[in-house]
Design a protein around this ligand. Structure first.
Ligand code: BGC
Length: 827
């Protein structure tokens, strides 16, 4: 059928399929009954069309690093199924997920959106996620291919990565997704790879992806991440996103006429788009693109379960789980206590149906007999708190907010990210908007107003210019580098008195340089200070336990910028120290999208890392704190003692954050624990680390064969839960190679198994490895090679807790070209 449609299509029609129609849909060809389909972000939910902020409500699942911490592919697959239903509720046929870039530095703004520092763990979870999504007839889009491990200069930076490192560390999740999950779409990354934009990288998109791995789906660009006509299509990029066409359309038709692109290349790309439409059932039933908010009880339950399953207990001297009945007074403190920080920032944001804060979750878990008191202590927000309340927005034709507004609406938040304006009569390049609200301060004193805008804006308080985002505007880092850095102004205000806040906004003036977005965010806060820390200390003073909810939020852990360091922002470290100094039962609950330094670790009794676990956050954390559920998470990323211990932090800017447009992955394959183990750099918490509430006995491992053969080896370990509660245990299987022609990591994760067992029960963890699991990528041979020799299997609870070391001879020299499937060739 597809070929007969293609036969009937003009070259213009074929070309029309190769760019989006708009931000989120493809181009239909009505004459031939080719429908349009919708794509939607993103990894932890299905946002639907429209802007990144606001929109129709959606179910908010845990972010990827929290899934990485579950080490539980079965649960992640179930989440994939649920996400596909969410995508359907938004009329979408394609989900722009999962994100499988590797945790290279710990400072990557999108660290939260990626699973792990380890390619094998990432691959297992991505395969499960994709299988779940695609089992429901929704296409998954694995991203960002490849080398997108930082947000710095992300539209242009060249990630310079040698081939062995690509093959061993950065490619496996993509490779496995193609081979084992049949992923239907791949998104190229923004960055260049070894000097060439990935969207026009023929080796990457055609040789490796299609020819070696056998990928038969579509490759789409990241949004505005394609920059040429002939180069992209000749390299294998099928779909330019978003639409309408920038470098395609007429330009591509002309390139075909001029012989720079072959008609067969266009046809092959158009064919793949039609195949995608067929795979998602769009020909059978014309997609209905309308959007609904579907909030299901089974999704709520799954999110709650995932939240606990990904919660990593880093320290516990016995204070957890808390016994509800023996606690009279509980102090719940910190900037993340009453505010529910459920997700990261950037394109992964969605409008969650609802959120449960830790304070709400804890209150709901307790009876009236327990008294819960709360203090915020300090703030950690990167930007001034966004304005909330009734905001009237008047839209005008032309700049300068002149005349009568064409459209008036009210919203409840001071953040606007316009992909579409509320009226078709408004020109996105030549309109203006005035927002007005009444702000009534709760307390008297200095208040700080803040504003960041892509475009030009001024903020007035009671008619006086307070924040100038107009004169002298320059690009900063917000809104993916299209807005200025936040500008601030301070005004003394009186409690209880209404103050008029007015913002006047004009869209950006096109300069032809870089992307322009139309966005603005403004807000106000009363700075917190010493009195607020004292208030928190006071709250903790007589409490039986002080629960400190600290960390970051989606303004820090966000697409568009990297983190400045690995410390808790604001005065949070001081808050922890001061609370811990007066309350001997201080428990820290951390929320970050990656590792943090913990100079205060020795002063607190327990530390629980919960990441950004989705809309059920408060309930999930209460489940773990009170022991209704065990903390099932294990670290998917090494937590170093200090940032400098990370292998990308050599002090050489060319290695991180990059210099002269290039970031050199000089550490090669020595990422995460591969670096810590090989170079004997002791971590704060090792890869795979996490405590439970019960204990396990490990039996002696059994091997299915005494040496590696082409069919592989299975390793079985019996685990017995010897504690008195249900719990889970993770078994990691690493391979240590003998001395090799190349320098190899001390050990590499090749399999894992996680068992959940009731008290007293025994189960068997089974893990299987193949010759490829012994191999490194041999550049000269252009193949994975497992040299003959004496390998070791390392059976461990985490990278620093080795339980058994077993010799595994491998007598043959295996040479496995990248195009090979599971079976092995022998050199
Ligand atoms: C992100 C992608 C996302 C796309 C569409 C880009 O900024 O890098 O991950 O899918 O926007 O929102």
């Amino acid at each position: 059928m597809i070929d007969s449609i293609l036969d009937k299509m003009t070259i213009e029609e074929q070309v029309s399929l190769l760019s989006g129609a708009d931000f989120w849909t493809t181009v239909p060809v009505e004459r031939l009954d080719v429908p349009k389909i919708k794509v939607t972000d993103g990894p932890n939910g299905a946002r639907g069309a429209g802007s990144l902020v606001g929109g129709v409500k959606a179910t908010c699942f845990p972010v990827a690093i929290a899934l990485g911490a579950t080490w539980n592919p079965d649960l992640v697959e179930r989440m994939g199924v649920a996400l596909a239903q969410q995508a359907k509720s938004k009329g979408a046929a394609v989900l722009l997920a999962p994100t499988v870039n590797i945790h290279r530095s710990g400072l990557n703004g999108r660290n939260f959106e990626c699973y792990s520092e380890d390619p094998m763990l990432t691959a297992e979870l991505a395969v499960a996620y994709i299988k779940g999504v695609q089992s429901q007839g929704i296409a998954a889009t694995i991203k960002h291919f490849a080398g997108n491990e930082s947000e710095i200069e992300r539209q242009t930076m060249s990630s310079d990565i040698d081939e062995r490192t690509l093959r061993e560390i950065y490619f496996p999740p993509f490779e496995q997704a193609v081979r084992r999950a049949g992923v239907m779409a791949v998104m190229s990354s923004y960055n260049r790879l070894n000097g060439t934009y990935t969207s026009e990288h023929a080796w990457l998109l055609t040789k490796v992806l299609r020819e070696e791995w056998g990928f038969d789906g579509i490759v789409m660009s990241d949004w505005f991440g394609s920059h040429s006509t002939a180069e992209t299509i000749n390299a294998g990029l099928d779909l330019e996103m978003p639409g309408p066409a920038r470098d395609r359309g007429e330009k591509l038709v002309a390139a075909v006429r001029e012989g720079r692109v072959e008609a067969a290349t266009v046809r092959a790309a158009a064919r793949r788009i039609l195949l995608l439409l067929e795979r998602v059932g769009a020909f059978e039933k014309k997609p209905d693109l309308t959007e609904q908010a579907v909030d299901l009880p089974e999704d709520r339950a799954l999110i709650r379960r995932l939240g606990a399953e990904g919660a990593v207990l880093l320290k516990n001297d016995g204070v957890l789980p808390l016994a509800k009945t023996s606690l009279d007074r509980i102090a719940v403190i910190g900037p993340n206590a009453a505010s529910a920080r459920v997700m990261g920032g950037g394109s992964a944001q969605i409008a969650a149906h609802y959120t449960v804060s830790p304070l709400e979750g804890i209150r709901a878990a307790l009876s009236n007999a327990n008294s819960v008191s709360h203090a915020v202590g300090c703030r950690h927000n990167r930007l001034i708190e966004v304005a909330k309340g009734k905001i009237t927005v008047e839209y005008f034709k032309g700049r300068g907010c002149r005349g009568t507004p064409l459209h008036v609406e009210t919203v409840d938040k001071g953040e606007f990210f316009w992909f579409e304006l509320p009226s078709g009569e408004l020109d996105p390049a030549n309109f203006s908007a005035r927002m007005t609200m009444q702000f009534v301060p709760e307390e008297s004193g200095d208040h700080v107003f803040g504003m960041t805008n892509a475009g030009l804006a001024r903020l007035f308080v009671d008619g006086r210019l307070t924040v100038d985002g107009h004169d002298g505007w320059t690009r900063g880092e917000n809104y993916f580098g299209t807005a200025n850095d936040e500008q601030r102004g301070t005004v003394a205000l009186d409690a209880g008195k209404a103050h008029a806040v007015t913002v006047e906004y004009d869209p950006p003036v096109a300069t032809g340089e870089g992307i322009n977005l139309t966005a603005i965010r403004f807000g106000v806060e009363k700075p917190l200070g010493e009195a607020d820390i004292e208030d928190a200390v006071e709250t903790a003073l007589n409490a039986d336990v002080a629960l400190l909810f600290v960390g970051r939020d989606g303004e820090w852990d966000t697409e568009g910028l990297d983190l400045p360091d690995m410390r808790l922002p604001g005065r949070q470290e001081e808050l922890i120290e001061r609370v811990a100094a007066i309350n001997a039962n201080t428990v820290v609950v951390l929320q970050t999208g990656g590792p943090v330094e913990m100079p205060w670790l020795g002063k607190v009794r327990a530390v629980l890392q919960i990441w950004y676990p989705g809309q059920e956050m408060g309930n999930a954390v209460a489940d773990v704190l009170f022991g209704d559920v065990e903390p099932g998470g294990r670290l998917p990323q090494t937590f170093p003692k200090a940032l400098a211990d990370n292998s990308a932090m050599t002090g050489d800017p060319a290695v991180y954050p990059g210099k002269d447009g290039h970031v050199r992955y000089a550490e090669g394959v020595f990422v995460g624990y591969r670096h810590h183990d090989t170079r004997a750099v002791e971590p704060l918490f090792a890869f795979g680390f996490g405590l439970g509430y019960t204990r396990f006995n490990w039996g002696e491992p059994r091997l299915s064969a005494s040496e590696m053969g082409a069919e592989g080896v299975t390793i079985s370990v019996d685990l017995t839960n010897i504690g008195d509660r249900a719990g889970s245990e993770l078994v990691q299987l690493y391979v240590r190679s003998p001395k090799s022609r190349v320098e190899r990591p001390d050990k590499e994760l090749r399999a894992f198994a996680k068992l959940s067992l009731p008290p007293g029960e025994t189960g068997t963890a089974e893990m299987r490895i193949l010759p490829r699991d012994l191999a490194y990528f041999d550049i000269e041979a252009g193949a994975f090679r497992a040299e003959p020799g004496d390998y070791q299997l390392i059976v461990a609870a985490n990278a620093a807790d080795i339980r058994f070391v077993i010799d595994l001879p491998s007598p043959l020299d295996y040479l496995l070209p990248p195009s090979h499937q599971a079976t092995s060739l022998i050199a």
